[in-house]
Write a protein of this length. Sequence first.
Length: 71
Amino acid sequence: MEEMRDSYLEEDVYQLQELRRELDRANKNCRILQYRLRKAEQKSLKVAQTGQVDGELIRSLEQDLKVGEIL
């Protein structure tokens, strides 16, 4: 009886550790996406102020979108 209880406790501990790892990964991805969103918003404001869109800006925004899709 004691061994079964220990087995269940070990499994619970393992599941808790795995959930914490998943939460850490999700938090990291969220921070990355928030950073990229702020960056894109700044670029958008720059375009709105100047009225000009340069090729580098477009490539940068496309790259940010691709990275966002991967995460």
